[in-house]
Design a protein around this ligand. Sequence first.
Ligand code: SF4
Ligand code: SF4
Length: 329
Amino acid sequence: MRPKDPPPATYPFAYRNPPRSGNAVNGLGEQEKSLARPVFHSTGRGGGRQSLDWAALDLLFNFLTSPGCFWQVLRTLWQRRLYVGPVARARVPADDTAAMAARIKAEAKRLGAGIAGVTTLRDDALYEGYPRPPYKYVVSIGTVMDRKEMEHVPQSRGAREVMRTYRRSSRIAIDLAAYIRGLGWPAQAYADGEDLIQIPLALAAGLGELGKHGSIINKEFGSNFRLAAVLTDLPLACDAPVDIGVDDLCTRCRRCELDCPPDAILDEKQMVRGVEKWYVDFDKCIPYFAMTEGCGICIEVCPWSEPGRGPALSEALIAKRRKENHESD
Ligand code: SF4
Ligand code: SF4
């Protein structure tokens, strides 16, 4: 798809005193491994929302949100009271962790998730200064967005679908956490990215690979889904990260780079807090993101997000790589 008349990257707002670069806060160029630092969205648990360098833009983002989106956000916030709940006294044994993991992932799908995987809680999902969640296992879930609605990004209609999907994924995580607690094991829904960084968990749980546009790419759904998680002490067999050929395509494709109005997508992987990975220029993306209710152009123009295309694309990319490796041996 092509975005319909995206607004140009010129802004009717600006900081009188520009904040510290979001790229510096994110640790762009830092060689040492360290925890991520919150910069934009936050529940403020690590010292208050106003302490964030880009808090004013976050506030403006909320003011610029259309009523339809705002209503979805309010409903999602209201659901947060259900993230935790009582644990059943009788505990179902979980000696067979593979069978239990299969059962939990099947339940996630029955509740409406498009994809689900299991991993353990990792440091790269944590923010500096935030309390570490007291659980070992993570069930990462992806809830698929309506592609027809998402074709309207970066207009309000696309943004509404994003917020509607966040609300749905929050509900799925809440119901899955309740299901696990019903088996007698502690579990808590974490259905937003404010306390926990969802992408590293989803990558470790095998939901997909990181793309040049900075979002996760799944073989079946591309980047057309939103993440949530359930943290638990229920022993579960973990999934492994996947190789579907994302790097093979991203190193040759420039589609998201060319369609990003503020030119925020970098052509090469960057060193970010000791890890080399695809990275989007925060200072260029986020003002545009705020002005357009969450933008999303890059994830929708990505060929992986085209319905039905991913599996064949993955197969072709991996076959091509094998052939090239074979020829160079
Ligand atoms: S979300 Fe950010 S990186 Fe993606 S197209 Fe929009 S401005 Fe560019
Ligand atoms: S549009 Fe192309 S370069 Fe960008 S993430 Fe998708 S495959 Fe990679």
